[in-house]
Each structure stands twice: as structure tokens, then as C-alpha cells.
Write a protein that binds this ligand. Structure first.
Ligand code: P6P
Length: 335
């Protein structure tokens, strides 16, 4: 069967679906090219002198890895000149980054986590890049975009995706017409369509959660997990398996591929903080992908994509995955 490149796939989708304007198609290709460069850099590991941490913290209060900053810079440099964006924002930067006036501005806003799960880097485990694309406000070519322009509910994203830097490098995309996966052919440096129209399989009783936090969870989450752990003799009447990779992208990719659910719930250590993960560049993009793949994404109270953001780096509780199991979880959360 002939190989379908990312470029060919996007052009064919543009013709068939009509929801992929040329500027959005170009933006996706530029992001994919930056993710390819990130993959090659990660792959060098110690040989590239890119491992380890910097003596500085990011806006999240987390120690920055060298590759966090490198990946962030790759995405800025790749996207500044392309006349597709009015501004971009990143987990690694406190403020938004308007496109410099020396470049023409485009119709979109990009927000991203350049290297999700970067604590895995130094121990050679999977990490990823997550991105979310929204429409820039009317007139953004004439005025500077503000943080408020980014604060759109996830339902308004026009596209979302991630690159997973694992044993293979894969790129998974949605622009509202299903979820499609591409594998990087490192010999020729091109993305090849390998997973057309991905759907989350039902029936895999597998949950992803950091179980070391169990004593801090809400009673509802503790009861859900306890009932799963009780196995076939318990209330669920079935045995469950657990996975936790320390990189949300890797866990979500496994769920897209073989099913299950992912939870990073609220916990009482910081009762005023909804959760650890971030809404704009983790919950929303991965929530759009999960919904487009037939799953559900939820913050413990409402659907992820309906949450109205109030700040760029706001955190959110995350529960997402297979629709059938998510329906069960929602019953536990809303008795
Ligand atoms: P913990 C990575 O830092 C991340 O944001 C997600 O990718 C991952 O699922 C989670 O945090 C891991 O958190 O508390 O288990 O280290």
C-alpha cells in the first residue's frame, strides 16, 4: 500500500473536510517539523550534551531541564516567521509571546507544553510535546493579542495534537475530523500516516493514576480505585490493571491505542488547587483528542472542553479515556 505523507494527508483532508484552511495546514506542518527536530535532539541523549537540568525554575516552580528550554525555543523559532500565528504561549514562559512586529501576523494562537514529562528524560523514558491551536481574535493583525484572548474553552480549539518521543516517534493530530497518527521515518525525515481515524477501544480494564497519592484523594476517587482494586470479587466484578508512566502523553497514547482511563484528580494537599495538570496545554488538547477518538474527558465536575479558563497556566483535575469507563467514573463522582 502506498505511503501517505503528512503533507499529502493534510492536503487530501483539506479537499475532503473543508475544515483545514491553508494557513492552519501550514501551521500544523511547521509544528510537525519542529517536533521532528526535537525528536532528533532527544535521541542524541548524553551524546548531544542535552540531558540534565538548568539552575532555574519555570513559571510552574519546576526545575527546568535543558531540553525543556531547547524544545520551547525550537517551537518559537519555527513559528515566529510563518505568518500563521498572532501569538503563542508555553508552559515554559510566564507571559504570552506576541509575534514580533518584524513578521506578519496570522489568524491563530498556539499554546503548548514543549516537553511533557521531562523528568523522564534523564532516565530514557518517553516524553512528548502537546499543542493546542485556537483562532486569534478579529483584528489581531492590527493589535497586540493579550492573555485574555487565549482564555477560550477547549471546545473552541480548531486543532490539537501531540508528538510522543518513545521507541518510535509518533505525531497524533485532530482538527475536528477524527484522530490520525503518523510515525516518523527517520531515514528520510518524513511523517508517514500509520494510524488513520484512531478510536479508543472499549473493554480494557486498565487505569493510569499515581497511586502513591491515594491517601490525599477525595472519598469518591478513593472509592472508585478501591473498587477497581477489589477485582472480580469486588463491586466491579472484574480485575483491573494499572499503568503510570510519569508522562501524560505516553499514558494517553496507550489509552488511544489499547483503551483504559487516565486520572490525575484533585487532592487535599493543596485543597485550593483543582489539580496538578494544566488546562490550556494538557487538559484541553488531550481532551479534544480523546473526545474525537470516541472517549470522554472530565475535570471531576464538568466536561473538560466546557471549562471556562480564567488564567493561562491554570491547573485542572483530569479524568479522561474510554467512554464506557468514564461513564462509570462520572457516576462515582456525581452519585
Ligand atoms: P507525578 C509530567 O510532569 C506531568 O505533567 C504529566 O505528564 C504526568 O502525567 C504527571 O505530571 C506526573 O505527575 O506527580 O506522578 O510525577
Amino acid at each position: 500500500m502506498s505511503r501517505v505523507s503528512l503533507t499529502r494527508f493534510l492536503i487530501e483532508q483539506q479537499r475532503e473536510c473543508g475544515n483545514l484552511p491553508p494557513q492552519l495546514r501550514l501551521l500544523i506542518e511547521v509544528i510537525a517539523r519542529a517536533c521532528k527536530a526535537i525528536s532528533y535532539t532527544i535521541n542524541k541523549g548524553e551524546l548531544g550534551g542535552v540531558l540534565g537540568s538548568l539552575e532555574q525554575e519555570n513559571v510552574q516552580g519546576e526545575v527546568q531541564k535543558k531540553l525543556d528550554v531547547l524544545a520551547n525555543d525550537y517551537l518559537i523559532e519555527a513559528n515566529e516567521w510563518g505568518a500563521t500565528l498572532a501569538a503563542l504561549a508555553s508552559e515554559e514562559m510566564e507571559a504570552i509571546h506576541p509575534i514580533p512586529h518584524r513578521y506578519p501576523r496570522g489568524e491563530y494562537l498556539l499554546v503548548y507544553d514543549p516537553l511533557d514529562g521531562s523528568s523522564n528524560i534523564d532516565v530514557n523514558l518517553s516524553v512528548g510535546t502537546i499543542f493546542s491551536i485556537m483562532a486569534a481574535p478579529e483584528g489581531s493583525a492590527q493589535r497586540d493579542v493579550t492573555e485574555e484572548d487565549f482564555l477560550q474553552p477547549g471546545r473552541k480549539q480548531v486543532a490539537a495534537g501531540y508528538a510522543l518521543y518513545g521507541p518510535q516517534t509518533t505525531l497524533v493530530l485532530t482538527f475536528g475530523s477524527g484522530v490520525h497518527g503518523f510515525t516518523l521515518d527517520r531515514e528520510v525525515g518524513s511523517w508517514v500516516l500509520t494510524h488513520r481515524d484512531m478510536k479508543i477501544p472499549a473493554g480494557n480494564r486498565e487505569f493510569a493514576i499515581n497511586a502513591s497519592n491515594e491517601r490525599h484523594w477525595s472519598p469518591e476517587v478513593r472509592r472508585y480505585i478501591a473498587d477497581c482494586l477489589a477485582g472480580k470479587d469486588g463491586p466491579r466484578g472484574a480485575n483491573f490493571n494499572m499503568r503510570w508512566t510519569g508522562s501524560m502523553v505516553a499514558d494517553i497514547h496507550r489509552i488511544l491505542t489499547r483503551g483504559g482511563v487516565f486520572l490525575y484528580p484533585w487532592d487535599k494537599r493543596e485543597p485550593n488547587r483543582p489539580g496538578k495538570l494544566r488546562l490550556m496545554y494538557e487538559g484541553n488538547p488531550l481532551g479534544m483528542i480523546v473526545e474525537q477518538a470516541g472517549g470522554k474527558a472530565f475535570d471531576g465536575h464538568e466536561l473538560m472542553l466546557d471549562v471556562q479558563p480564567t488564567t493561562l497556566h491554570q491547573r485542572v483535575a483530569v479524568m479522561m479515556g474510554c467512554a464506557q469507563e468514564m461513564d462509570q467514573i462520572m457516576k462515582y463522582m456525581k452519585p
